[in-house]
Write a protein that binds this ligand. Structure first.
Ligand code: ZN
Length: 56
């Protein structure tokens, strides 16, 4: 599969089963797209959710 989930929009419909396994326990959020994922490598501008929470 590709790299960042952020760039997967076109194939998402067909790969949704695999996709949800990558986002069911999110640890990071994308600062650019607002998407969340289990691994920062899946996002184009990853930010740790734990550290993001401390900022609000
Ligand atoms: Zn992104």
């Amino acid at each position: 599969m590709a790299k960042e989930l952020c760039k997967l929009k076109k194939s998402l419909r067909g790969e949704i089963g695999m996709y949800v396994r990558l986002i069911d326990q999110p640890t990071h959020v994308c600062l650019k797209c607002g998407r969340a994922a289990n691994d920062k490598k899946l996002l184009c501008k990853p930010q740790s959710i734990a550290s993001a929470m401390q900022k609000s």
